[in-house]
Ligand binder design. Structure first.
Ligand code: PEP
Ligand code: MG
Length: 617
């Protein structure tokens, strides 16, 4: 062995020697790895990978253009020099503050950074393999770390951590001076793999540059997942620890349908996924021919299919997929996408545009639903401010505490109401008192606008999102005071089952099929029907084919979902007989567990899908 590991000095134990022939295993074909998570935005994306690690360090795609090679070598040299200087500084500080023992460790790190072999190996890799400086450094040092890990001497094996520590230092130096947004340095459209992405980060993604993304964190109904679906970017969340596997990946697949990420796929896997992606495109082409068909059941009951939108461009997608209107406009994304709260006029422009695109169809505008995972630091809604943000000052509670913001938004909505069929929806209402306070403010703002001589819709419908179990339990009372219900199953499930919708570690416990959730929904639909008000579902459950028959059977007649889900739900509805749907719902309500409910719904779905796929006649 020529590892330079003989002797007991730490310095020698961590030297990155023995990579004299750059062309070793890291350059040979890497093995395929399959990572499983939760598919939250369908579609299949294939491309090079950018990794953003837990500390926010970015790893650009591995390959660079031939003309970029000299630049990468210059970056390497500058980063090694800067990391060495940083290491020497840290050593001097440790020597004066912490003593010799710690300083010696840092001295060893500094020596490794300056090792001419490291520079030579990384340099050679960049030139020969045309890869970025980051990848060259990682490949050289990872090869060294894994050799150390495989040694039987536990003292030396533990030195692998030191190698990774200096690797992180050098990569951090390489990241300095790069564009503020990781998207700006994607030369070719790529996949992004990261620990987590906030909904506001996700809202900034440019689908022409980010082909797909996958995160270690996150759950099925997280808002990041919702944004991915809105942007139609294939996404998988909740992978668990995955980034270490992905660091030297050359190419990957994000399969948002199956919820898998495949790193360095084999040629067969690649071919299979390319074929699946083409099949999907073909399926959507066929479905697009059906958007003009009514969403009526076999026994001729019409179901209202509406679109959920977060961004104004989705209003056009909702028309393309034949929505009967906008069932949920998540207006907080206007706040999340901009560094300052949007003014009344800016909001009015957005609402007016949404209303105009719908040409007289309903547009349900939900008031601000910030908080929990939807952070807006410019409004004081930020991570770490509250211990339990999902149970804290979010949503309508926040609006009632910040009446100036709430009034501004209501003014903009009311002004837009003069232009079409606008309806207002209040999120996260928990008590009748909150509803009454919100209505009083709405009435005041309307009176103010009338006094200013502004036109607005008279008897503007006011709806309630049922997404807190307290509101579901009190639905009979709420039904007397609002014009419609919209069930927000994403939060209703989270609060009914006490499962954080964004937490991948409990994602298996988050289930729309839980009998407790079904009973809550059944009770809400019944309360609405007793009072003669409409009740729709706008949470993710409303767009999932598995639940369509159940929801129709429970009496739901309006479903709102991301626009691209409309065609498949429409097709399924056209194969459903309401009488059968009622029987399925009654049976589901008799079951004990979510697993039993899922099995029942799967067995009901297959024949309905077959009936729906049969040519209309
Ligand atoms: C819901 O909770 O189901 C819902 C539609 O609202 P959001 O997903 O924006 O919280
Ligand atoms: Mg909600």
């Amino acid at each position: 062995m020529t590892l330079g590991v003989e002797g007991s000095s730490l310095n020698r134990g961590v030297r990155p020697h023995e990579s004299p022939t750059p062309g070793d295993s890291a350059a040979s074909e890497p093995a395929e790895q399959v990572l499983r998570g939760i598919g939250v935005s369908p579609g299949i994306a294939i491309g090079p990978v950018m990794v953003l690690d837990r500390r926010g360090l970015r790893l650009p795609p591995r390959r660079v253009a031939p003309e970029a090679v000299p630049g990468e070598i210059a970056r390497l040299e500058a980063a090694l020099a800067a990391a060495a200087a940083e290491g020497a500084e840290a050593e001097a500080e440790a020597r004066s503050r912490l003593g010799r023992q710690y300083a010696d460790i840092l001295a060893a790190h500094a020596a490794m950074i300056q090792d001419p072999q490291l520079k030579a190996d990384a340099h050679a890799r960049i030139e020969r393999l045309q890869i970025s400086a980051e990848h060259a450094v990682i490949e050289v040092l990872e090869a060294h770390a894994s050799r150390l890990e495989n040694l039987s001497d536990s003292h030396l094996a533990a030195r692998a951590a030191d190698v990774r520590d200096i690797e992180a230092r050098i990569v951090a130096q390489l990241a300095g001076g790069r564009p503020a947004s990781f998207q700006d340095e994607l030369e070719t459209p790529s996949l992004v793999l990261t620990h987590d992405l906030t909904p506001s980060d996700a809202a900034q993604l440019d689908p022409t540059r980010v082909l797909g993304f996958a995160t270690e964190a996150g759950g099925r109904a997280s808002h990041t997942a919702i944004v991915a679906a809105a942007l139609e970017i294939p996404a998988v969340v909740g992978l668990g620890p995955a980034l270490d596997h992905a660091r030297s990946t050359r190419l990957a697949i994000v399969d948002g349908e199956q919820g898998v990420v495949i790193l360095d796929p084999s040629p067969e896997t690649l071919a299979r996924h390319r074929a699946a992606a083409e099949e999907r495109t073909a399926r959507y082409r066929t479905l697009s021919a059906e958007t003009g068909l009514p969403a009526t059941t076999v026994d001729d009951v019409e179901i209202g299919l509406y679109a959920n939108i977060e961004f104004i461009d989705e209003a056009a997608a909702s028309r393309k997929w034949g929505a009967a209107g906008v069932g949920l406009f998540r207006t907080e994304f206007l706040y999340l996408r901009s560094p300052a709260p949007p003014s009344e006029d800016e909001q009015f422009a957005a609402y007016a545009e949404a209303v105009q695109t719908q040409e007289g169809r309903p547009v349900v505008i939900r008031t601000l639903d910030l908080g929990a995972d939807k952070l807006a630091p410019h409004l004081g809604v930020d991570a770490g401010v509250e211990a339990n943000p999902a149970l804290g000052l979010r949503s309508l509670r926040f609006s009632l505490r910040r009446p100036e913001l709430f009034r501004t938004q209501l003014r903009a909505i009311l002004r837009a109401s003069a232009l079409g069929d606008v309806r207002v929806l209040l999120p996260l209402v928990t008590t009748l008192n909150e509803l009454r306070q919100a209505r009083a403010i709405l009435d005041e703002v309307a009176a103010e606008l009338r006094a200013e001589g502004r036109p607005l819709r008279e008897a503007l419908p006011l709806g309630l999102m049922v997404e807190v179990p307290a509101a579901a339990i009190m639905a009979d009372r709420f039904a007397k005071e609002v014009d419609f219900f919209s069930i927000g199953t994403n939060d209703l499930i989270q609060y009914a089952l006490a499962v954080d919708r964004t937490n991948e570690t409990v994602a298996d416990l988050y289930s729309a099929a839980d009998p407790a959730v079904l009973r809550l929904i059944a009770g809400v639909v019944e309360a609405a029907s007793a009072q003669g008000i409409p009740c729709g579902v706008c949470g993710s459950m409303g767009g999932e084919l598995l639940f369509t028959i159940l929801l129709l059977g429970l009496g739901v007649r309006e479903l709102s979902m991301p626009p691209h889900q409309l065609p498949e739900v429409r097709r399924l509805i056209r194969g459903v007989r309401l009488e059968q749907a009622r029987a399925v719902a009654a049976e589901a309500l008799r079951l004990d567990t979510a697993a039993e409910v899922v099995a029942l719904l799967e067995s009901a779905l297959r024949p309905a899908e077959t009936a729906a796929a049969a040519p209309a006649g």
